[in-house]
Design a protein around this ligand. Sequence first.
Ligand code: ADP
Ligand code: MG
Length: 373
Amino acid sequence: MAPRATRLRLRDFRNYERAEVALGENLTVVTGPNGAGKTNLLEGLYFALVGRSCRTSVEREVVRVGAPAARLEVDTEGEDHRSHRLEVGLAPGEPKRLTLDGSVLDRPPACVRPLVSVFMPDRLTLIKGPPTTRRAHLDQLAATLWPARGPVRFAYAQALAQRNAALARVRSGRSSTAALDPWDVELARLGIELMEARAEAAALVAPGFAVRAGELGLPERAELAYAPRSLSGEPAGLREELFERRPGDLERGFTGHGPHRDELVLRHGGRLLRSHASQGQQRVGLLALLFAERDLLLERESAPLMLLDDVTSELDSARRARLAEAVRAGGQVVVSATELEHVPGGIERDVTHVEVQDGTLRDRAPTGLASAA
Ligand SMILES: Nc1ncnc2c1ncn2[C@@H]1O[C@H](COP(=O)(O)OP(=O)(O)O)[C@@H](O)[C@H]1O
Ligand SMILES: [Mg+2]
């Protein structure tokens, strides 16, 4: 069984002074008017589990205005079926403090907490933004599917930095071009490994992406494809390509070829989702991608916790029903909406309903919540 989150406590986080919420085993629906704190609650859950924000890199932003520090706690049920507690303490100007069951650590280990898959408006950069965002996402998916392959992307990045440093030395006359040889070999070896992981992950998720995109409302055919820069399938070939491009690299001062220039291409009706789709279609594309990935992880019994922020606002009722079906496929999901009626199945019995009003949580279901104290 995949780990799950059972209870969240916030202290001086965003507009919450003190709040506590029990999360449902399956679906938790968070409702409240605009500005109430729905997005903040989802962000708080992410922060407590992952140790950083999914919205901002300026962490002091999350500390409640006027408060000296924020504190988050999440209880989880781990792979070992035991309960664990992750805590984050954040005081501007001091190092962030993460603990697991009371012991300080750098980052929470995967076995005690669920992976978290987030749909928030800011996440649209995954669809609209530069290729680097999609590459990182694909690498993360591959690392989740095959943890043993996780380190290869870091090793590649390191070898790339070293080759670039070697290029700079050659440019300034401090070494000869032969100094690049070992880095070409290393970069080609790691590059092919990285490309293989990406190709396999993309091939696994592509069919589900097409299906989910159709269900959730993209009118034309949706496609996902890995587009590597190098067409070579083995290290010797990639090394050859790097060698051929050395003069250009030396002129520019950096390595212009290799998997750090790859793209994960998303198309709708043959056109790029990134540049040729409406904002609504891009949102659906993002949802379809996240659900297709979750379907894969469900098969492997490592379903992520999904945080779906304000996801229903643009969907018509038929699409909302499809979304509800996708949500019911299993795993833990937290959905926010202004109206409960927007979440089909949101009034069913096995659903935990939490109402937010000005940073205060209210219990709507018998087991739902111990409210703010
Ligand atoms: N650090 C903070 N301290 C106090 N209030 C904050 C902080 N950050 C955001 N807020 C407030 O949180 C509210 C928005 O909450 P949000 O979760 O985005 O609402 P919504 O329910 O619409 O998703 C705004 O009133 C905003 O001013
Ligand atoms: Mg919001």
